[in-house]
Design a protein around this ligand. Structure first.
Ligand code: 1CP
Length: 398
């Protein structure tokens, strides 16, 4: 049952920004779902599973829809296509969560950035942002800028029933990297040159992106998303010291701004083995881990009170099923060291992945984890919601 409360009022007495409608879920059907329970580090009947990039190029039905209709970004701005493409993987796989069909550059387009998503390349920016004057063109995001999300999310929530919908946004470093580079980049040289060379401009840019991201995520949560994931995909190119100085304060502000919504906040980046502790310190309830660090080691790197998500190498899915099965079993068994574990890949589904392998994998995760027995919450899971970084578990000696 969903109770609508007058705009502006929150339990905490805080006010919601103008234009956001707050929906308080009294007995939201998703509340006790295995995915949300694992995010909260509560016991689950089986390990929940979903796949980053479960919608998209690996699905023939996605390619069919995209062939007939519109550019990628136009599809991301069309309510009935958002709903349809978000639901496509749910019809094939017994996954425990849906992820909104959108892209990390959608909020940039919404505030007028001339970004396009080019087939086979990714996001490309017409006029990159490299100076104070460029930054002045980047305005704030208002809820009407992404109005098409509201009917899409409303119908998804109705359609999904007890399956949670994950909303998402790009992390500050990754969004900045597309804006500064003007497109995909392997090493983010220009981005890092700006970060190292002009800290005031860098922080002004990230502060602006942080405001945009907070508004974008608040719209998604107000419309009914049950969790949010911040994808700082390319932040793994930074050292911990640079991450702490240049990115962490901004990510922290995003997570703090969402704390009052009560939805779990997930955080993921590629190659972030050395940053996992800082990413939990930023305020994430769940830290996503790529395949380079095993989950039992990742547990030692994050703050106490953090659940983990991951981390099968997506390339494993191209190997014979017996290999997939053994590798997935290993991820599940290492994941039992975590206070809460959500099974996922270590990055997005590769376009050449056979959808039948993903379907088989989702079923295997459920069967195998249920067979292993009820996944208990670790003692630390019953403690205060978050503790200090100083309470991180000691790292295993080398
Ligand atoms: O024409 C097409 O079909 C383009 C392919 C495509 C799709 C299906 C792109 C271009 N984006 C998306 C959807 C998308 N993007 C989703 C929803 C689908 C789902 O997860 O099921 C999500 C969560 C994203 C997020 C995204 N976009 C990230 C973060 C996640 C990650 O993979 O690291 C990033 C970095 C992007 C940028 C982007 N958009 C598209 C591409 C090919 C890229 C990467 C380009 C690069 O390598 O820099």
């Amino acid at each position: 049952m969903v109770a609508r409360r007058p705009p502006g009022a929150l339990d905490s007495g805080r006010r919601v920004p103008e234009g956001y409608e707050t929906i308080i879920c009294v007995t939201a059907p998703t509340r006790e779902s295995p995915f949300l329970r694992a995010c909260r580090r509560q016991p689950v009947p089986h390990t929940p599973v979903w796949f980053m990039r479960q919608a998209g190029r690996s699905l023939p039905e996605y390619r069919a829809v995209r062939k007939k209709r519109k550019s990628m970004l136009a599809a991301c701005m069309t309510s009935d296509l958002i709903t349809e493409i978000t639901l496509q993987p749910l019809r094939r796989y017994h996954v425990d969560a849906a992820i909104l069909f959108s892209d990390i550059v959608v909020p940039l387009r919404a505030v007028g950035v001339d970004v396009d998503i080019k087939p086979g390349i990714g996001p490309v920016i017409g006029r990159p942002v490299r100076s104070k004057a460029d930054l002045a063109r980047l305005r704030a995001l208002e809820p009407p800028d992404v109005a098409y999300l509201v009917p899409a999310i409303s119908s998804l929530v109705a359609e999904l029933g007890s399956t949670p919908l994950i909303g998402f946004a790009g992390g500050p470093f990754t969004l900045a990297s597309y804006l500064v580079e003007g497109g995909p980049s392997k090493n983010q040289e220009r981005t890092k040159a700006l970060m190292y060379g002009d800290p005031p401009l860098w922080h002004a840019l990230l502060a602006r992106l942080t405001d945009i991201t907070i508004s974008f995520l608040q719209v998604q949560v107000s419309a009914g998303a049950s969790a949010v994931q911040l994808f700082d995909s390319w932040v793994g190119t930074l050292s911990p010291e640079d991450y702490r100085a240049a990115v962490l304060p901004h990510s922290k502000r995003i997570f703090e701004a969402l704390a009052g919504t009560g939805v779990p906040r997930l955080h993921f980046g590629v190659g972030t083995g050395e940053l996992l502790g800082l990413m939990s310190e930023a305020g994430a309830d769940v830290v996503g881990v790529d395949w380079r660090v095993s989950l039992d080691e990742a547990v030692r790197r994050v703050d106490i009170g953090t659940a983990l998500q991951g981390n099968l190498d997506p390339a494993v899915l191209l190997a014979p099923w017996e290999v997939v099965r053994l590798r997935a079993r290993d991820v599940l068994s290492r994941g039992r060291a975590a206070e809460g574990h959500i099974f996922n890949l270590g990055h997005g589904v590769l376009p050449e992945t056979d959808p039948d392998t993903l379907a088989r994998l989702a079923d295997f995760v459920h069967e195998e984890s249920a067979h292993l027995g009820r996944v208990p919450a670790q003692p630390a899971g019953r403690g205060p919601a978050r503790r200090r970084a100083s309470q991180r578990r000691p790292r295993r000696p080398a």
